[in-house]
Design a protein around this ligand. Structure first.
Ligand code: GLU
Length: 467
């Protein structure tokens, strides 16, 4: 396989989107598997829509995902001179012309029912540059064919592409021109990007012809859609990579899941390591049907990777979440968290859930009033009996706690399961959580007894339940 020079070229106009993460991943994989280069370009020529903090967001998301680039970031805003040179070339060869038409003037000229787009009014007016004048490309009157690795030959019939603007009247070169110049200057061999760019691709093909440069190959990736089969949208759907990061989705879980949206390994396998993906990924297996971005499935992938990860890796990945519950305040706490996490990880889908489920070990739980209400009338006396049994238990470890509570349950004429419910609520503040006996061992005797006592007091204050 020949080394591919690929680029990922986000525009810094919003949060980094899961669709962008997928595009970046595929480009990165192609560069790695072909021994080529992954180039990061920031498409920041649109001054009105760009923001510097979005650039930071892109870099930080790519670093977090581990998609390291070999060249760049190349800022289009620093290359305006190159785009102007290309515009000059088009003008000098009469393949571009100045135009002073406003959109309103174009519309006013059109007979009813005329096709949309520019009517070529200034084509032969030989205008020079000046205020309010944009530079338009003279589109030849013939079909344009785009060869796409995913879609095959796509024909754009003669007349379907208007004489498009390459430099705005403000002097700002447009993306369509900048992109062509950059792809040539950085010797890009393959453009792998979202389907929404397919309509501008014939324009790129024409510009390459006009500038006598060789176009890269193209592959346009399918759309990501939501459960209603609508294109994923920032307004409707959770799409920001940052949001999944904050939830505690592991970067590789996200990438492994995204890898399968629009590409198929050709079997039922779903879980791949980075190395396996680099080995298996095949451009010939890109799919054109829209791919359903299913958050539930993503979280199932994350659950799989959480259950496999070591405690230290989980702590590192969820550092801020665990710091927020006080679990990383000192070495003793950290080591108790390390012991708890293997019990918690198989029961959660995100690190945020893992932190919530671990919180009881480091913070006094707030037992919700509505949960207290659901306890049976015997709860108070059961808790008292458990307090007695556990106060002298030796050793205070999971096996002895289980044996002791099992004996207690049978002497109280109830089940171990029923007895555990108020104990779990008192000590962890929740009805579900890690295996109780191991959790109590980690919590320690003193805290366990204190929490049982607190709930007994609350139940006493509740008084006898009305039947
Ligand atoms: N800057 C474009 C975008 O963010 C990508 C253009 C390209 O890949 O050619 O959608």
């Amino acid at each position: 396989m020949a080394p591919e020079r690929v680029r990922f070229a986000p525009s810094p106009t919003g949060m980094f989107h899961v669709g962008s993460a997928r595009t970046a991943l595929y480009n990165w994989v192609v560069a790695r598997q072909s021994g080529g280069a992954f180039i990061l370009r920031i498409d920041d020529t649109d001054e009105e829509r760009n923001r510097e903090d979005w650039v930071d967001g892109i870099l930080s998301a790519l670093r977090w995902l581990g998609l390291t680039w070999d060249e760049g970031p190349i800022r289009q805003s620093s290359r305006l001179e190159r785009y102007r040179e290309a515009a000059e070339k088009l003008l000098a060869s009469n393949q571009a012309y100045w135009c002073d038409c406003t959109r309103a003037a174009v519309d006013a000229r059109k007979p009813p029912g005329a096709p949309p787009g520019y009517d070529g009014f200034c084509r032969d007016r030989n205008l020079g540059p000046g205020p309010g004048r944009a530079l338009r490309f003279r589109v030849p009157d013939r079909d344009v064919v785009v060869e796409d690795l995913v879609r095959g030959s796509v024909t754009f019939p003669a007349g379907s592409i208007e004489d498009f603007i390459v430099v705005k009247s403000s002097g700002q070169p447009l993306y369509v021109l900048a992109n062509v110049v950059d792809d040539v200057d950085f010797a890009i061999t393959l453009v792998l990007r979202a389907e929404e760019h397919l309509p501008t691709t014939p324009k790129a093909v024409l510009l390459h012809e006009a500038l006598a440069t060789t176009p890269p190959r193209f592959a346009h990736l399918s759309f990501l859609v939501n459960a209603q089969r609508q294109k994923l949208s920032k307004r409707r759907d959770r799409v920001a990579v940052e949001d999944y990061r904050a939830l505690g989705v592991l970067p590789w879980a996200l990438l492994n899941y995204l890898a399968l949206l629009g590409w198929s390994p050709g079997g039922d396998e779903e879980f791949f390591s980075r190395e396996e993906l680099i080995e298996r990924f095949d451009l010939a297996r890109l799919q054109h049907a829209p791919a359903f971005f299913d958050e539930r499935k993503l979280l199932a992938f994350n659950q799989h990777y959480l259950a496999e990860a070591s405690s230290e890796d989980l702590i590192e990945a969820g550092h801020d979440l665990f710091a927020a519950i006080g679990a990383l305040d000192d070495e003793d706490r950290r080591s108790r968290l390390r012991e708890l996490l293997p019990l918690v990880a198989p029961r959660v889908r995100t690190l945020a859930e893992a932190a919530a489920m671990s919180r009881f070990l480091f913070r006094e739980p707030e037992v919700p009033a509505d949960e207290v209400e659901t306890l049976p009338p015997e709860a108070s006396s059961w808790l008292g009996a458990a307090e007695d049994a556990l106060s002298t238990l030796e050793p205070f470890d999971a096996a002895s706690i289980e044996a002791s509570l099992r004996r207690l349950a049978s002497s109280l004429g109830t089940t171990l399961r029923a007895l555990q419910a108020p104990i779990r609520l008192a000590t962890t503040g929740a009805r579900v959580g890690p295996p109780l006996f191991a959790a109590l061992e980690l919590l320690g005797r003193a805290a366990t007894l204190r929490r049982l006592e607190r709930l007994i007091e609350r139940l006493g204050a509740r008084g006898p339940r009305a039947e």
